[in-house]
Design a protein around this ligand. Structure first.
Ligand SMILES: *Cc1c(COP(=O)(O)O)cnc(C)c1O
Length: 426
């Protein structure tokens, strides 16, 4: 069992109240207000260590956390302290990991439409690798250490919007364009080190990773032979799934490691090559289970012979995933986690002006009442990072919990923050 297979942070305790990181979540809600993102430091570290342990028999491995899942100074520092580098996709993410004092040589800049300003910033701040995605970008770059992002043509069974490795994808060079890309690279001052692929997100199958290893290594070897190169880095991206509800059964990190490494040893043997540097870029699996969101329950409404709606003080602006991907979540009432006698089936509605702003459909909760605190689990990834100010609502604060201590790592926005970039012109 690895921490990506848990719905809740590893430090979760159900006493009279729900505790995370040794902190009473009801007190956290009182002290910092709601909605509140809670991040459990121990869970982030546990998953990082799961990855390191599971892949430890392969010496030449490097982990780069996909910052787009969660990018703050404090969480970046924690992840960096576990020895991880970062996969970044924008000037904002580059700047954040830089300000978190991470080793920039362990950072890879990825993305399908990087601007010249972003590329220049990456090179100026010493980003170790640029993953070149397309011909336009090749023409914009010079004097850089690069990987080539390729589209390996692997279909994985996840939401269409989070598939990335299939043939008709907006990301990467398709296999037929790679030779032409290498020819251009060889004419420029660009140091190509290897290949980069990423096949999707919230993946539960293991075989897709084994296919990916073979396609990427075969291609690396073919390029080395054809062009007399010495490419020795394969970056397989991220994508390992997490357990949002009891219906989700993601593989453990050990299972993924077994599948990837056993295939890698086979293709190394097949081609009689030195073991390449293996790079992995987990995002969701590192931070999702570490996060929970606390909301305060407000209005409720019983539709005659229909749904009972219970509204909370957040919703699609702090967690757009249910309305975007129809994602499911698990939750408990933090001030009465044990009260199982009075279970009712309810639908948790957000407070934003969209009928689609429903956080959880048909969940059993113990008689939810106004001012109860609802704790939604597995919100550490793609919640804060996808949050918006829709309806001109302030983004929530984030607190880090560990050893019964809580620290605010992102301040709640104020009303003045909301208008601070506005300019009056009449
Ligand atoms: C999004 C992304 C990741 C991380 O994916 P997760 O599903 O969050 O693990 C890794 N690499 C690349 C290139 C990505 O775009």
């Amino acid at each position: 069992m690895t921490a990506n297979q848990l719905i809740r942070p590893i430090t979760t305790e159900e006493k009279e109240h729900l505790f995370i990181g040794g902190c009473d979540t009801v007190e956290l809600a009182e002290k910092y207000g709601t909605p509140l993102y809670v991040i459990d430091e121990q869970t982030i570290r546990a998953v990082c260590r799961d990855y390191k342990r599971a892949f430890s028999k392969y010496e030449n491995v490097r982990f780069m956390f996909a910052s787009k899942a969660l990018c703050t100074l404090a969480t970046s520092q924690i992840i960096a302290s576990e020895g991880f580098g970062f996969d970044v996709v924008s000037a904002g993410e580059i700047y954040t990991v830089y300000k978190a004092k991470t080793d920039m040589s362990k950072v890879l800049f990825n993305g399908n439409n990087k601007s010249q300003e972003e590329l220049d910033l990456a090179l100026k701040l010493g980003v170790g690798r640029i993953s070149v995605d397309n011909f336009t970008e090749l023409s914009m770059l010079d004097n850089a250490d690069i990987l080539l992002r390729i589209t390996p043509g692997i279909e994985c069974h996840t939401h269409e919007y989070i598939q990335t490795g299939h043939l008709d994808s907006k990301f990467g060079f398709d296999m037929s364009g790679i030779d032409e890309a290498v020819e251009i690279i060889l004419k420029k001052n660009l140091r190509l080190h290897g290949l980069h692929a990423h096949i999707g997100s919230q993946i539960f199958e293991t075989k897709v990773y084994s296919d990916e290893v073979e396609i990427v290594v075969d291609e690396l070897v073919r390029l080395n032979k054809k062009f007399g190169l010495n490419l020795n880095e394969i970056n397989l991206g991220g994508g390992l799934g997490v357990k949002y509800t009891e219906d989700d059964c993601p593989p453990s990190i050990d299972e993924i490691a077994d599948v990837i490494l056993s295939k890698l040893y086979k293709v190394i043997e097949k081609h009689k090559i030195n073991p390449p540097l293996l790079i992995l870029e987990p995002g969701r699996s590192i931070v999702s289970p570490a996060g929970a969101t606390l909301y305060k329950i407000g209005a409720s409404k019983q539709v005659p012979n229909g749904t009972k709606y219970v509204a909370v003080d957040g919703g699609m602006a702090d967690n757009p995933r249910p309305s975007m991907y129809n994602s499911k979540y698990s939750a408990v009432i933090a001030n009465k986690p044990f009260d199982l006698d009075s279970l009712q089936k309810v639908t948790i509605a957000g407070r934003f002006c969209e009928s689609g702003d429903i956080l959880i459909k048909n969940i059993e909760l113990p008689n939810p009442q106004k001012n109860d605190i609802l704790c939604v689990f597995n919100t550490g990834a793609y919640n804060f990072s996808m949050a918006s100010n829709y309806n001109r609502v302030q983004k929530p604060a984030m607190v880090l919990v560990n050893n019964s201590q809580s620290d605010m790592i992102v301040k709640r926005e104020t009303l003045d923050d909301l208008i601070s970039h506005d300019r009056i012109v009449i």
